[in-house]
Design a protein around this ligand. Sequence first.
Ligand SMILES: Nc1ncnc2c1ncn2[C@@H]1O[C@H](COP(=O)(O)OP(=O)(O)OP(=O)(O)O)[C@@H](O)[C@H]1O
Length: 261
Amino acid sequence: MIINDFIHLDNISRFAPRSFWQRHLPAAPILNQISLRLQSQETVGLVGASGSGKTSLLKVMLALDAADRGAMSCEGRAIAPASVASLAWYRRRVQYIPQDPASALAPHHSVAQLIAEPLHHLLGLQNVHQRVAELCDRVQLPRTLLHVPAGQLSGGQAQRVAIARALAPEPRFLLADEPVSGLDLPLREQMKGLLQRLTREQGMGLLMVSHDFSALAGLCDRLLVMHAGEIVEDRATNDLLAAPHHPQTCQLLQAIPVISL
Ligand SMILES: Nc1ncnc2c1ncn2[C@@H]1O[C@H](COP(=O)(O)OP(=O)(O)OP(=O)(O)O)[C@@H](O)[C@H]1O
């Protein structure tokens, strides 16, 4: 039912910018007529080879880039790049976990400052010490790290800070760009477990991007496969892994030796 969609992308296209000399050539689509409905408590994986358009799609969904055609909405309200103030309501509902938190977090800011930032800016809260400490606990980050600068954190600790920041405004949906790709295997499994627990406990939705099915299997109920700017498969995880339809899905599956369900 349309009324239950949390995020709705309706026929979104985005084209590569053309130089003056290319102006007579047809515009090359980076995203090609993408339609997608996400429910608020769904865990969805978006998988595709390098250059398939995953990050471009995420940027449109984060209202960082504008679509050239089509429309996007959240809870029925139109979303497009706009001023920070006019998008604050959307940022409170939909938060982002970056691919490389170690470089996304300001290195001289302390863990406490970084987690407090969205509480100040998105919720307008002043006294946030207790909330910051609780957010640390929720992502299993020792409180002893609160005054450590981000530049001194390990990759796993930085990722937990990024998740705590994303959780701070109590969003209803997380968009995560390859959040486990830079981590070693044990840490990657820990992080998947953490995301699974948090989404279940808080009834949050998750769209997680990866170029690798093994990072998504076991965490996501539904998988989307992107190829050349299009979503070429959109099915329940178990069905898609058991019987892939699109050649690109088969190719991506062949690239990994084992999938643990
Ligand atoms: N501003 C731009 N101008 C021209 N081409 C672009 C632009 N942004 C993206 N592209 C092209 O669009 C395609 C999709 O890029 P995108 O970064 O979204 O892919 P991706 O699936 O996220 O890749 P990766 O996994 O390597 O990050 C690529 O071919 C890229 O070169």
